[in-house]
Design a protein around this ligand. Sequence first.
Ligand code: TTP
Ligand code: MN
Ligand code: MN
Ligand code: MN
Length: 339
Amino acid sequence: HRHKLQVALFSVSSYACQRRTTLDNHNSNLTDALSLLAENAELNNEDGRGVAFRRAAALMKALPTQVISMSQLRGLPCLGEHSLRVIKDVLENGVSSEVESTKQSKRYKALKILTGIFGVGAKTADRWIREGIYNLEQLRHSGQTLNRAQKSGLEHYDDLNEPVTKAEADAIGEIVQKAVDSVLTGSQVALTGGFRRGKLTGHDVDFLITHPEEGKEVGLMPKVVAWLESQGFLLYQKTTRNSYLESKDETASHKIWRAVRVDLVVSPISQFAFAVLGWTGSKLFERELRRWAGHEKNMSLSSHALFDNTQNKYLRATSEEEIFAYLGLEYIPPSERNA
Ligand code: TTP
Ligand code: MN
Ligand code: MN
Ligand code: MN
């Protein structure tokens, strides 16, 4: 006799910026596996492979129900041969053998520990591993020269690897607001990054600072940094093209204080919408927006501007909604950019 099977086929757009991805993930068993392989690829400087696994994971995050059979995945974009093999393994065996062996490998464990030090990237970690350094204890006794960031990162390793809570983010937001109010009245602070997307924890707290009068923001960063320093909040700070600092937050803590990573970015008001969009993330959502702009619209999107290569001109915007409209995309609110 015949069984009549009804299989719901998903229909999902291929660019993550065309999809709504909330934090409500129905396939975390699959996305955890794919994300770990993405992370491992990135830690090994295999960027192409990393992006492929990130795209596959993001696709699975966007599905409205739990996947239980491979047949449900027919016709879906973003799923390469390797990702499909991993998914199949998880569906059939509960775990992916590749993920399990990666997790247990000496190299992966060492890369995780060493890149967990602020200021240590995959290349440095790889060099240390080749010199026989696999953990913090071995690093401390190795006689390796550490730069200022790495010394700070090693010293506050546990604090900086403990997730930041929303309550801590809010407390730090108040400090940053107070800092900008003290150095330039009328300045505005916006929370960006994962917390703007509704995440309950983060690896840092991201803020964007601007002033409604164009040009007033010039020179603001060093003043804000000096104020935080004078109040005893700064432990380590480095200002680069993308300003970065680490703060000592005395308001929310178990000890008297704990180290928290804070990203501060100052933007002129004319670029503010682009900066908000560029710093809200997720990283994959941003990558996909830029890919969409370039490949589908012949435009170049950055966290400063949108350039139309066809009309050969910059497109001005004062809101994220306007930028999505220029790109011919349906507006996706921050809480649905968790790709
Ligand atoms: P992160 O703080 O790295 O990520 P997150 O806030 O999404 O996650 P977490 O909770 O772990 O902190 O980056 C925030 C966003 O900023 C992300 O979309 C990437 C983006 N960004 C940079 O990281 N560097 C840049 O130079 C620019 C322009 C954007
Ligand atoms: Mn749901
Ligand atoms: Mn962040
Ligand atoms: Mn950040």
